[in-house]
Design a binder for this molecule. Structure first.
Ligand code: HEC
Length: 198
């Protein structure tokens, strides 16, 4: 991962749950002679503390990284409860936090996708299916199963079957017009809705 992406992520985490480790940074800094006195951003430096000020406040500089004029400072405050003693374990905490953040973002995206597909499914079911299969998807039409009892696989298979003309319980011609024109994404949304009708 690029160091700047890492810094951005780390800053958003600001301090670890332990709070005895904090990460600060300075971007695009060219004057090496002021590395210790320049005000640092991020973590507990907050744009007001330099390395010198952090040391005065009892922090020790645990690790220091340079990449193309960007500087990353990792400070640690001694605490017996904290068993972060070397560079490797700090890095593994950082990686873990980054992974957690990625998972969290992904879960959010999936949730939003699911809600979208559910509300599209609801709209479609109520406007195109419920007149025959019932508002609660519990009405029997012809030889069709009650929809809210079907498994997702059976539901998708029969709809695909109607689409290509390979499925018929006796009255497929009646159902076929409603199976065409849906993507499997939309079909899943309809199913999601059917299964959750109260
Ligand atoms: C005009 C009435 C009508 C409408 C509207 C309708 N269906 Fe059907 N549906 C039927 C009939 C009749 C059957 C049974 C067809 C057969 O004999 O194969 C059926 C069968 C099905 C089956 C197969 C059930 C099984 O036992 O395998 C599914 C799934 C299904 N419909 C879903 C839907 C969905 C989803 C919609 C809306 C997009 C919809 N239907 C709209 C009449 C309708």
């Amino acid at each position: 991962m690029k160091i700047i992406t890492k810094i951005a992520l780390i800053t958003s985490l600001s301090t670890f749950a332990y709070s005895e480790v904090t990460i600060c940074f300075k971007k695009n800094h060219s004057d090496i002679s002021t590395l210790e006195s320049v005000k640092l951003d991020g973590g507990k430096c907050l744009g007001v503390n330099s390395q010198n000020e952090m040391l005065k406040q009892g922090w020790t500089l645990q690790n220091f990284n340079i990449k193309e004029g960007d500087y990353l400072y990792i400070f640690k405050k001694d605490d017996k409860n904290l068993n972060v003693t070397n560079k490797e374990s700090i890095e593994s905490i950082v990686e873990k936090k980054i992974e957690e953040k990625k998972t969290e973002d992904l879960t959010k995206t999936l949730k939003i996708e699911k809600e979208k597909s559910f509300s599209l499914g609801k709209k479609t079911y109520l406007s195109k299916c419920s007149s025959c299969h019932g508002i609660k998807a519990n009405k029997k039409v012809g030889n069709s199963a009650v929809l809210n009892n079907m498994s997702l696989d059976d539901f998708l298979d029969s709809l695909k079957g109607y689409k290509i003309g390979s499925y018929d319980l006796g009255n497929a011609s009646e159902m076929k017009p409603y199976a065409v024109g849906f993507s499997s994404y939309e079909m899943k949304g309809i199913y999601e809705y059917i299964k959750n009708i109260k």
